[in-house]
Every structure is written in structure tokens, then in C-alpha cells.
Design a protein around this ligand. Structure first.
Ligand code: GTP
Length: 597
């Protein structure tokens, strides 16, 4: 295909501003899908995504579109909108020359609008502002344009105004893509360099690698080399998504498509890697390559020990489909044999968990998630800890460090005080406030990741009545006065209940946790003391008295976070208990930690 007539773009937006609807509408108008297929969100083909209404994995579709008698190949590269998948967003953007920045004409600029727009600016993309949902009875078009200008710094004099749902203004979108987004550069005869921007596992064909050719030509049968991974393969099939897989003979500079090489393990194909010819290697790979870091860990244990092997198989299957999820066998004195699992963030964890429940049919006990810590030991050694049980003795720790994130909030101005208070309570460091207009402001704080991941999003939503949004990025590790807090049940330490807390909040959290456990663990024939301890020092205690007569199940109020609700949704009826010594501890107890922040 003549590269002068190729356009590669991405759609970026805050969640729910209409990215998927616009993508579908573009496919519909170009004839790539039928009216019947429209709004079935064919770009999000994972079940979980559809259920949750969020786009998780990047996708690429080649659209043919004719304008003024000239046929164009327009490649739409879909990006995940959530912060957990930040690295996938940046790789997808690196495969494009332009981006449509979709902003809801009523809601205006939100936290992920800003984060995604900055990512696109960082990739030097031509950004076309698109105001969506102009069919809504109430819009704030002039104000939203001003917000885009002031926060993102884009000229909105030629912003498009569309309704993705009603199909209004879609021709203008195609026109803008063709006229404003530059054609790709790169010569067909140069040594091949193609960017890997996504991959997926196919049961029959093995790994399908999504590529964008930057220079040179890639063809069927060619022997290729993954420059970062250092592996060689032959191309068995090459093609494009239109939107279904359509094989072809070759792809030239600027083209986007897939290759099948017979690789069986997803972990062997790395997003961000460069594909080149095996014999004719370029001087350097394409820029930007990192292994996305797992920031959240939790333990998963089968209730029934005989399910261990089955659980291992299911986890292996999950990791086959998702290279950024990891698991390793682990044992807990309290819970027996199980696995320690690593995720990019909380959303990623929820997605995997949901899929496990749905597809695997194993009853699990999941421990409260924790972030990764870094410890400088007295012997000079630096270690990363992703399990509270691995924290060394206080005496051998010189410095205990935790991950810090820079968090940007966008919220109604009258909620600034409440959000400031929330951040201060969570050991935040204030950075800036900026007004986006008379009624809205952007706040930036630096906060410990541990204080964000569990429930800050829910808290923000409740403080701002749903109007606040947030986005965060990890900026590094910082020393803090952290300690490991243990929980003793009937005098014995339950390792799976240990957590890492800040010393100043240890007592409060210890008391809260003991209280919660008292509510979760039902009464037995004997008295059960529950204690929280820092090392040998007991800092809190509750006692569950022995059963006398009829006990009615305890009910409790209080706010239940989104996470807990999800976890509790797990198949009812089955008893999730773990016998610990003579005490039965229910699954819910292991997550109590989440409620005591
Ligand atoms: P994520 O996949 O969660 O990132 O969301 P998205 O940005 O892809 O949003 P999606 O396309 O799923 O749209 C979100 C909601 O807005 C859906 O309920 C759509 O029906 C609705 N919506 C999208 N475009 C329009 C529009 O032009 N007008 C109106 N009224 N509603 C729209």
C-alpha cells in the first residue's frame, strides 16, 4: 500500500467519554462492520472488558476509506484507558502519528484526559480534539474547549463536535484524520524495524504479535529476530485485522498488522520489542522498552488443599494470556500451600480474580493485597519485598522504603478542602493546585502507593459525589517509618494476616483490625484472644467470648469498598473457612485489613 495514503491513529479518552462507541462508529461508516455488529464493542473482545465496560488490551484495525476518489488505509490502534496499563498505552501511541482526543461535551476534561493527552504529546503525535456526546440535552461546549486549551494546551479552534452514538459528525472525523495526521515515514528498502505494541495468545496458533512497521518491509516466510529478547523465528503468517484476521504477503513502512511465528509462550514476546530481519540487522532497536513492573501482590490459596494442582494450571493459563501477571508457589503456616501473585495494579488484580472465578471454578482464599517495598539492610544489601512475611527483623533494617506516586485529581472547586484533607490524612505531600475554570480545579499530590491502591478511588468518588477523577504514576521509592504488624489468634501468629503499616498509624490500625476480626470470626466453645503486635510488643487486643447459648450471626454496617463487594460476590453458599489450630477463620477475615485503613 502506498504509504502516502496510510494514516495511523489512536483514540484516547477518559473512561466513558465514548472511545469505544466512536471506534465502532468509524468501523461502521467505513463498512468494516455491519449495523448489526455496531455497539457490540467488537474491539473489546475479552468478556471481562465488556462486563466492566473498560478497554484493557490494545487492538488494531485496518480500515479502508475513500475520500475524494482516493482510497486510504486508516489504522485504528486502540489503547487501554486505565492507569494500570500505562505502559501498553505508551507503546500503542508509539505506533501512531496522530490521536483523537475524545472529551465528553458535558463532563469536560478529566484526569485521564490529561494523562493520555500528555502521553500523546510525549510521542509527538498530531492531536485532534473531539467533543463527543453533543446530542446530550445539556452540554458545556465552550467551557470544555477552554478546559482543553488551558489544561492540555491544545488549540481547539478546529475541534470536532460529534455524537458517536447518534453518528453525527463522523465524516468530519475521517476527513480530519486524512488531512491533519501526517502519513508515516520510513523507506521500504531500509533494514526492517517493526515495533511490537501488543500480543495475544491464540489457542490454535500460539502467540499473535501485533506490529507496526517503522522502516523496511516484512514478509511471509521471512526469518526475523526480536532484538531485545534475542530470539529468531520464521514468519508463518502475516496479515491485518480488518477487523477479523486477514492474511497478506507483506507489510511495508507505516503498515500495522500481525505476525504468527509459532511462539507458544506469551512471555517470550515483549511489548516494546523491535522486530528486524535475522541477517540484515539495523544499527539499533526502536527506542523505549521496559518491562512493566508489578506493583501489587497478594496470596491465593485453595480452600481445599487437593485443588492446588488445578489452581496452578489455571494460573498458568491466565499468565499465558497476560504476560504482566505472575505467580509463584508459596506456603503460609495459616493457609497451607498456595501462590503469591503479582499484578500491575488493583484493577489488574480484580480482572484476573474475576476471570479465575468465572473460568477456573476453584474456591480461593485471597489475602489482602500489598505493594512492593524496598529495604536497605544493615549489611548494605537492598531487597524488594512483595510479601509482609519476608520483612527481616527490625534490627537488620537500615531503611524501609515504599513506592510513591504522583497523583493528579480533577474535581469541583468546592471539594478541594475535603480532598486535601483526605490526602493529608494519607501521608501525602502537596504539590500544586490549578483552577481550570470557575468551578473546577486540578490538584497534584505525592502519596504513598499503599495509601492509594486500596480504596482511594472509592473515597474520592464519595467525597466528590462522583465528580472527581484521578490518575497516578509511580515516581520512585521513598524512606518511611514502616513496620510489620502481626496478628495473633489465640496466642499464635497468623502469618497471612501480617501487614506493613506506618508506625504512626499502627496502633489505630491494629485496634481496628482486631475489632474487625472479632466481628468476622464466630464464637467457639472457648475464649479467643485476638492481638496485634509489633515484634514482641502487643499494641491492641480484643476477645471473642465463648459461646453460651444461641448465637445469631453478626451484622455490621460501615462502608464496603468496591473491592470487598467484588470479593464477597464470590459464589455464595460455599463456606470459605480455614481451620487455624482450633479456630475457624473465614475468608472475609483475611481481607479485613482492607477496611482498616
Ligand atoms: P471505556 O471503554 O470504559 O474506556 O469507555 P469508552 O470511552 O470506550 O466509552 P463507551 O464508548 O463505552 O461509552 C460510554 C457511554 O457513553 C456508553 O453508555 C455510550 O453509549 C455513551 N456514549 C458514547 N458516545 C455517546 C454519544 O455521542 N452520545 C451519548 N448520548 N452517549 C454516548
Amino acid at each position: 500500500f502506498d504509504q502516502r495514503f496510510i494514516r495511523n491513529f489512536s483514540i484516547i479518552a477518559h473512561i466513558d467519554h465514548g472511545k469505544s462507541t466512536l471506534a465502532d462508529q468509524l468501523l461502521l461508516k467505513s463498512g468494516a462492520i455491519t449495523q448489526r455488529e455496531f455497539r457490540e464493542q467488537i474491539l473489546d473482545d475479552l468478556d471481562v472488558e465488556r462486563e466492566r465496560g473498560i478497554t484493557v488490551k490494545a487492538r488494531a484495525v485496518a480500515i479502508r476509506y475513500t475520500l475524494d476518489g482516493q482510497e486510504y488505509e486508516i489504522n485504528l490502534i486502540d489503547t487501554p484507558g486505565h492507569v494500570d496499563f500505562h505502559y501498553e498505552v505508551s507503546r500503542s501511541l508509539a505506533a501512531c502519528e496522530g490521536a483523537l482526543l475524545v472529551v465528553d461535551a458535558f463532563q469536560g476534561v478529566q484526569a485521564q484526559t490529561v494523562a493520555n493527552a500528555y502521553a500523546a504529546i510525549g510521542c509527538d503525535l498530531e492531536i485532534i480534539p473531539v467533543l463527543n456526546k453533543i446530542d446530550l440535552p445539556v452540554t458545556r461546549i465552550p467551557e470544555v474547549m477552554e478546559e482543553i486549551e488551558s489544561v492540555v494546551g491544545l488549540d481547539t479552534s478546529n475541534a470536532l463536535k460529534v455524537s458517536a452514538k447518534a453518528g453525527i459528525g463522523i465524516e468530519d472525523v475521517f476527513k480530519a484524520i486524512v488531512e491533519r495526521i501526517p502519513a508515516p515515514k520510513g523507506k521500504p528498502d531500509d533494514p526492517l524495524r517493526a515495533l511490537v505494541f501488543d500480543s495475544k495468545y491464540d489457542h490454535y496458533r500460539g502467540v499473535i504479535t501485533y506490529i507496526r512497521v517503522k522502516e523496511g518491509t516484512i514478509s511471509k516466510g521471512q526469518k526475523i529476530y526480536f532484538m531485545k529478547a534475542g530470539t529468531a523465528h520464521e514468519i508463518l503468517e502475516i496479515g491485518q485485522f480488518r477487523p477479523h484476521m486477514l492474511p497478506c504477503e507483506e507489510l511495508g513502512p507505516g503498515q500495522v498488522g500481525y505476525i504468527v511465528t509459532g511462539i507458544k509462550v506469551l512471555g517470550n514476546v515483549h511489548v516494546g520489542d523491535t522486530v528486524c530481519d535475522y541477517l540484515r540487522r539495523p544499527a539499533a532497536p526502536l527506542p523505549g522498552y521496559e518491562i512493566p513492573q508489578q506493583m501489587v501482590f497478594c496470596g491465593m490459596y485453595p480452600i481445599d488443599a487437593s485443588d492446588f494442582e488445578h489452581l496452578r494450571e489455571e494460573l498458568a493459563r491466565m499468565s499465558l494470556n497476560d504476560a504482566s501477571f505472575s505467580f509463584a508457589a508459596d506456603t503460609s503456616e495459616a493457609l497451607g500451600f498456595g501462590f503469591r501473585c503479582g499484578f500491575l495494579g488493583m484493577l489488574h488484580m480484580e480482572i484476573i480474580q474475576q476471570r479465575l472465578e468465572k473460568e477456573a471454578n476453584v474456591d480461593l482464599i485471597q489475602t489482602a493485597p500489598n505493594v512492593t517495598y524496598q529495604i536497605l539492610k544493615t549489611n548494605g544489601e537492598e531487597v524488594f519485598i512483595d510479601n509482609p512475611q519476608e520483612v527481616p527483623d527490625a534490627g537488620s533494617i537500615t531503611e524501609f522504603r515504599e513506592p510513591i506516586a504522583k497523583v493528579a485529581f480533577i474535581l469541583p472547586s468546592d471539594k478541594i478542602g475535603a480532598v486535601m484533607q483526605m490526602c493529608a490524612d494519607r501521608r501525602g505531600v502537596f504539590v500544586t493546585t490549578e483552577f481550570l475554570g470557575p468551578q473546577r480545579a486540578q490538584l497534584v499530590w505525592e502519596l504513598p502507593l499503599a495509601e492509594i491502591v486500596f480504596d482511594m478511588y472509592d473515597k474520592l468518588k464519595s467525597i466528590t459525589q462522583g465528580y472527581g477523577t484521578m490518575n497516578y504514576e509511580i515516581i520512585g521509592y521513598r524512606a518511611a517509618d514502616l513496620v510489620k504488624m502481626d496478628i495473633l489468634v489465640k496466642g499464635e501468629r497468623v502469618d497471612a494476616l501480617s501487614t506493613i503499616v506506618h508506625r504512626t498509624s499502627a496502633e489505630r490500625r491494629g485496634r481496628a483490625l482486631c475489632k474487625r476480626l472479632k466481628e468476622e470470626i464466630s464464637r467457639h466453645q472457648f475464649e479467643i484472644p485476638i492481638q496485634a503486635a509489633l515484634g514482641a510488643r502487643i499494641i491492641a487486643r480484643e476477645t471473642i467470648s465463648a459461646v453460651r447459648k444461641d448465637v445469631t450471626a453478626k451484622c455490621y454496617g460501615g462502608d464496603i469498598s468496591r473491592k470487598r463487594k467484588l470479593l464477597e460476590k464470590q459464589k455464595e453458599g460455599k463456606k470459605r473457612m480455614k481451620q487455624f489450630g482450633s479456630v475457624e477463620i473465614p475468608q472475609k477475615a483475611f481481607l479485613s485489613v482492607l477496611d482498616t485503613g
